[in-house]
Design a protein around this ligand. Structure first.
Ligand code: ADE
Length: 226
């Protein structure tokens, strides 16, 4: 899987790409992540990428040409182009699974007040990470990249994500480690029993119970999203 991230602020990704699971996935060549500073695709003598908006209004608007020129160079028939915007469809785990099966993602990070509306015509999907506005698409693009990369084969053990929260629209069941008794708060007996069938039944029941209490909206979606 190759992920190209179009950004004006590549240094925002320094820590993200050089720590933990993402770092190891890159080293093992399970994913290739490229940061592309699309300023270099500007044809303006001063490498301008934004300008004032027609009709007046505060804030600068990202121009279409640098993005268009960049996509012309890097896009292939196998590419899926994603625009990060608070106006996009809200991201979820199902989308992460689907995207993890793609060969090439191109993620465009906006900045400033917004982008020229015509950029929308260059992309396959517009994605929001939630109903709030960030300073740019960089952190949202890291969220997509992180959640997709961990689902790529051999990045983490498969049994680490078969029980992910949101898989089958259920939250994850509770987990415990040592000690068995912490100040009177005990690990549920069944987990110490060694009886795998009972343990699995308990896990399923707890996942359902927890989802009913915390996120009943997820249960209404069963069979629709997954
Ligand atoms: N850019 C700014 N805010 C965003 C959001 N919530 N989702 C995606 N991209 C964004």
């Amino acid at each position: 899987m190759k992920i190209d991230i179009l950004t004006l602020f590549p240094h925002m990704f320094d820590g993200f790409l050089t720590e933990s699971i993402i770092k190891r996935a890159i080293e093992k060549k399970l994913v290739e992540i490229n940061l592309i500073d699309f300023r270099k695709y500007s044809t303006d003598p001063h490498h301008k990428v934004d300008d004032y908006q027609y009709g007046g209004g505060s804030g600068m608007v990202l121009m279409i040409e640098p993005i268009y020129n960049c996509l012309k160079e890097i896009k292939t028939d196998e590419s899926k182009v994603i625009l990060m915007t608070p106006q996009g469809v809200t991201y979820n785990q199902k989308m992460a699974y689907d995207l993890s099966k793609e060969k090439h993602l191109i993620i465009i990070c906006g900045h400033y007040e917004g982008f020229d509306e015509r950029i929308r015509g260059l992309v396959d999907m517009e994605v929001s990470i939630g109903d709030y506005v960030l300073t740019g698409g960089e952190i949202p693009s890291m969220i997509i990249t992180d959640s997709v990369t961990r689902l790529i084969d051999n990045v983490i053990r498969e049994d680490s994500h078969v029980f992910d929260s949101f898989k089958d629209n259920l939250l994850d069941f509770p987990v415990y480690t040592k000690p068995v008794d912490f100040m009177g708060m005990k690990v549920p007996e069944v987990l110490l029993s060694g009886h795998h069938e009972n343990i699995n039944k308990w896990k399923q029941a707890e996942a359902l119970k927890r989802t009913k209490i915390r996120r009943p909206d997820l249960l209404e979606r069963v069979d629709k999203d997954v």
